[in-house]
Design a protein around this ligand. Sequence first.
Ligand code: GDP
Ligand code: IMO
Ligand code: MG
Length: 434
Amino acid sequence: MPSTAVVGLQWGDEGKGKIIDGLAAEADVVVRYAGGNNAGHTVLVEGEKYVLHLIPGGILHEGTINLIGRGVVVDLAALAAEVDGLVARGVPVEERLRIDGRAHVIFPYHRHVDRCVEIWRGEGRIGTTGRGIGPAYADKVARTGIRLADLLRPALFERRLHAALAEKAALISRVYEQEPEDHTELFEESRALAERFRSLIVDGASLLAEARRRGCRILFEGAQGSMLDLDAGTYPYVTSSWTGVWGIGGGAGVPPRAIDRALGVAKAYCTRVGEGPFPSELRDETGERLRQAGNEYGATTGRPRRCGWFDLVAARYAATLNGLDGLLLTNLDVLSGFDPLRVAVAYRVEGRERTDFPAEIDLLEQAEPVWRELPGWQEDLTAVRCFRDLPAAARSYLRFLEQEIGVPIERVSIGPGREQIFPGEHGSEDLWLS
Ligand code: GDP
Ligand code: IMO
Ligand code: MG
């Protein structure tokens, strides 16, 4: 049974939620391995919209175990709200959810520091989601973090929380010159939340090892996107975790060989939320039209997403890094009515054309896309259910991307609904068995 990773290839919001929901229908275990509630994964089921932030995307499927891996940073209050929201809609969350005890916890002071640091950065701000993600990962690496398992040990937790609060109060007041928040209730509140989830807290690595022994289908759910990756992305305008397949070993707790296949999700154009270089961005009316046509507003913060044409330089880079076996192209329907279409095939940097993805952030900021124009189409695609029924121009567009990236397009998505998806020209009938 193949274990499959699904990762974002761009700057997040590629439509991973929909793809993971589809694959999860036949998965035994779905695992989030990175990020936290900065993610927003939308799943549309018969007109009902679910936005998942921390809970893996198999939660809507009977018979799946959904593991929040040890590489995820968990805001317990946010998790409780998400669980309650799903339970209220009839989803038996507790049956299906597990949380790794080694996962680090996001506390309110992490959110406070997130806000302070963004103010401190001024013009250089990242435009974070404000969820405390960066500060929680920073504490983990600095070895001042607190893990979920620690919360179940009251004396240990009290000691570590006390130390963390003292340090954060000093940092917030003396460095950031802000008033620290009142945390007198934090110990009790966090303890109560941890106790609430006690029966769901597991050793994720053991759970996955056992699942592998039993030949279960494991789906590794990427959050964010490869271009937001801490190491591979447009640093420092990135998130604080390893979003690509390279994050799975550490973040889920499996040996790298446990990942049999990697699938990458990309939109048929590009979007980005927050600050940072985005070479193929359209700061004009066409960008605004893409935003309206794709309803490009963040699923987590509601911020308008920056929009641009498909970026082949970034896509090739991300596809290679992830060792992709297949590509899942979403939002093709949104491009209807845009004619001609453009794709960035290279960057012009300091007077030179290059097709590699530069590490230097200042060069990326100046990079001018080298465009390739392709004919567009007018037809609505949302009712198309197979590759050959696409307009000729849409087929050519997909063939061009497939050839240039060098990875087969396994699926083409032409709308948010579960049924609005079909195999690409070289896509397999069964995505799990391909
Ligand atoms: P994720 O973070 O990668 O899971 O993506 P988001 O859920 O943040 O954003 C993707 C948005 O696009 C959601 O509103 C989806 O319902 C929607 N979506 C997914 N696939 C398609 C598609 O093929 N066409 C259109 N028009 N919308 C899609
Ligand atoms: P999904 O899983 C899009 C962006 C933020 C900001 C940067 C750092 O839905 O694709 P952070 O709060 O993580 O420190 O912010 O990363 N970002 C995302 N953008 N989709 C996401 O997740 C994102 N998660 C973080 O907007 O630019
Ligand atoms: Mg999202």
